[in-house]
Design a protein around this ligand. Sequence first.
Ligand SMILES: [Fe+2]
Length: 182
Amino acid sequence: MAEIRIRNTEERIQGEEAVRAFLEQQEVLYEHWNPSKLTEELQQKFVLTDEEKQQILATYDEEIKELAERRGYKTWDIIALSDATPNLDELLKKFENVHTHTEDEVRAITAGRGIFIIKGTDDVGYFDVELEAGDVISVPEYKPHFFTLMDNREIVAVRLFIETEGWIAHPFADEKFAAKQD
Ligand SMILES: [Fe+2]
């Protein structure tokens, strides 16, 4: 289940209801899929063949189509990242910049873990959403954020898009955030 860490106060929010309530206040969609629908092998595999990616999409076909119909997504795919990914460090460096998109960013984690760092309302500031298998999140359009891996550096997620152009990252310069990282 996802956990929240508020960066300014180090406060942690745990438990499905509290996490959902917090994310709802921040206009971040949070849902849950059953992670054990996936075969045990695929729950622990981070280098995937095309057939295995198709198998994951087929396993969650019902969930994907329901979400897509409800929220207007037209295409979806699988992203898999691990230390076996070529240039993982460079990729992560590219990811780890606060940015926005013109459409929402949806991820359904099917294996591994990951973190969204999101700019919350002024009273909250930046917060981390630590995600694990089964967690489904949508960061709204124009909401500054970035994504990175957790210490285990392994994740598989379904990405859903309205149109692929909507996913272009627009840098969001925020000196306050950069200063906090030092
Ligand atoms: Fe993004």
